[in-house]
Design a protein around this ligand. Structure first.
Ligand code: FEO
Ligand code: CA
Ligand code: CA
Ligand code: CA
Length: 599
């Protein structure tokens, strides 16, 4: 094969791409091996029972790996790469897939309690095996965090009247976390995780009549009478008619210290409340930390938080305790993006403007800092708790569903996946703009930001406008489109040590399975997207981790296709035969043990 610039041999991305397919399997690039690390129901906590699909209990699920693994991170315990903590989000439950004969109108209390225990996060100690895979080991670190785990609400809105309930008159203690989507490893060794579509769990928003309260509920998608899962039958906290503030206690960024299994996880109110996809931290030159976060909704916003305090270096428990306070005190901003091409050149088709790029400048508009609000008509508390409404008031840019946003550790730029927005440009909705240039954006795009970390100015451009490269509305960083892999609905982003961008997809609208892709962002192969693996039918690819000789991905909701259920499964992955599909974490390594993406 050809070598040299443009040949596909950039370190980290030098592999033969996987062709689009609809296999009920994880399909990797040639020359790579794979192994299951952990599946829904596998034991986590010491003494946990083995999974038994037909005899599930809440007590067992509390000790076992939860459902629908999304974000994952490998937290190194030493420099060897052998010993790691695998931390995983369990985003949501699909009871029709979890229980045979499930009655949606009448779940049993045990089924509901299993679902509470199947949410949250898992921490498991894993060791690299000689064959290249990862093996879960019994360990004092192993922990389940569920909807029953006490969390501390911290930061400037903690203790607000809007956060008080009958079970917690202090407004500072919440049981559990839910719909944890993406996340990140902080530079101080903790995990950040985003509470995303929390609205779906709450019943009886329709019973609220106060106009201000109604407007707030509606802006967060809290609506209707009974909830889909009917949890309100077994705990009144899910019933807004009885506990109108419980929903205000979700929609936060949570921080977990995986090194201390007895630590109380934190919800950081200073980062605002919305459908947080996740959050990721960059350390500014002066030691302050900047956390970026997207609100995953059509026409919602990108935010950043800049701390007042500075990071203490080192991974000691003392440093970690200090650094875990950084996200409680600082300034919350929302992004406004301005294109540099005439609006008349943004015609909604994805055609590049005459300057050859979707690009421009932008600013971060301050919303609140500590007890001070910068938004007329909002107290600081209201900014933090009803952040979407505050951001509406300052004219932030409505984006095409901001998902994961992460700083590139090599070039320092920030990358955000905008997964799709079929309503862009439709009647009554925002028109295309240079940062969201396509009407009815089915395949999404990837935004690259050059940010003055602690400042308020930025420059941006679109690295990718996704889809089938034969579709003229697509853009692959200017690279030759005849050579790239099709990519649709980017969701999570990660980086290898060379600074190449890795993208996992959710909801591929090209009628093939979702996958994981690698793309150089600098040099002659910028935009050369290559598919590294694909996941089984109905699954989404999540939580990619890329290390020198190892890749892990979460395979979320295998078999989640229209009409499928535990009584009619659409996937038998990973166990094969007639088995039920199980969301699982997969490790991938090179057969010869060599570096990922290098030949
Ligand atoms: Fe849970 Fe935004 O994906
Ligand atoms: Ca331009
Ligand atoms: Ca996601
Ligand atoms: Ca998604």
């Amino acid at each position: 094969p050809l070598r040299g610039p443009g040949s596909g041999s950039i370190p980290g991305t030098d592999f033969t791409p996987v062709a689009p397919n609809t296999e009920d399997a994880v399909v990797t690039a040639e020359g790579y091996e794979q192994g299951i690390v952990i599946r829904w129901g596998d034991p986590v906590v010491p003494g946990a029972p083995e999974f038994d699909f037909n005899n599930q209990t809440a007590a067992a699920q509390e000790q076992q790996f939860g459902y629908n693994n999304d974000f994952a991170e490998l937290v190194p315990l030493d420099g060897s790469g052998r010993s790691n903590l695998l931390v995983v989000n369990h985003e949501y439950t699909t009871e029709t897939h979890m229980f045979a004969g499930y009655d949606e109108n009448n779940p049993t209390e045990e089924q509901v309690r299993i679902a509470w225990a199947a949410h949250g996060l898992s921490v498991v100690y894993v060791e690299r095996e000689n064959n290249g895979g990862l093996k879960v080991q019994p360990s004092r670190y192993n922990r389940r965090i569920t909807l029953n785990t006490p969390f501390e609400l911290r930061g400037p809105a903690a203790g607000s009247d809007h956060l008080k309930t009958s079970a917690d008159p202090t407004g500072t203690k919440v049981l559990g976390t839910q719909n944890n989507c993406a996340g990140s490893l902080t530079p101080w060794g903790t995990i950040l995780s985003g509470e995303e579509n929390f609205n779906q769990y709450f019943a009886n928003a329709d019973s609220i009549t106060d106009p201000t309260a109604k407007k707030r509920l509606a802006r967060y998608g809290l609506k209707g009478a009974t909830s889909t899962r009917k949890w309100e039958k077994f705990d009144k906290r899910w019933d807004l008619a009885q506990e109108p503030n419980e929903a205000n206690r979700f929609g936060w960024i949570v921080e977990i210290d995986p090194h201390d299994p007895n630590s109380t996880p934190v919800k950081h109110t200073a980062l605002g409340r919305f459908k947080h996809e996740g959050a990721a931290v960059k350390v500014a030159e002066d030691g302050r930390v900047v956390a970026y976060s997207g609100d995953d909704e059509r026409f919602d916003y990108i935010y950043k938080f800049v701390s007042n305090g500075k990071m203490k270096s080192g991974k000691s428990a003392h440093a970690r305790r200090h650094n875990m306070t950084l996200l409680d005190d600082g300034t919350l901003y929302v992004a406004k993006f301005t294109g540099n091409s005439p609006a008349s050149e943004i015609d909604g088709t994805g055609k590049l403007p005459s300057d050859g790029a979707f690009d421009g400048t932008g600013e971060w508009i301050p919303l609140a800092s500590g007890d001070k609000s910068f938004v007329p008509g909002f107290t600081a508390e209201e900014v933090y708790i009803f952040t979407r409404l505050a951001a509406d008031a300052v004219g932030a840019t409505k984006m095409d569903r901001p998902e994961d946003i992460q700083p590139n550790p090599v070039n320092g730029r920030i990358y955000c996946a905008l997964t799709n927005n079929s309503n862009r440009g439709s009647t009554g909705n925002a028109a295309p703009d240079e940062a969201n240039p396509r009407v009815g954006n089915k395949h999404g795009h990837v935004l690259e930001i050059d940010d003055d970390a602690t400042g308020t100015k930025l420059r941006w451009n679109l690295l990718l406008v996704c889809g089938d490269p034969n579709d003229p509305s697509t853009f692959f960083g200017g690279f030759d489109k005849s050579r790239v892999s099709p990519i649709s609905c980017p969701d999570n982003v990660a980086f290898d040590r060379h600074g190449n961008l890795w993208i996992s997809t959710d909801g591929n609208a090209l009628k093939s399975n979702d996958g994981l892709f690698a793309v150089p962002v600098d040099g002659p192969e910028r935009g050369f997207v290559k598919q590294f693996l694909t996941v089984p039918n109905g699954a989404e690819t999540c939580g990619p981790v890329v290390r020198d000789t190892l890749v892990t991905v979460c395979v979320q909701h295998p078999g989640e296709l229209d009409g499928a259920s535990a009584d009619n499964p659409a996937s038998h992955w990973p166990d094969g035969g007639n088995s039920q599909p199980r969301p699982s974490v997969v490790a991938v390594w090179r057969k010869d043990g060599g570096e990922i993406g290098r030949r």
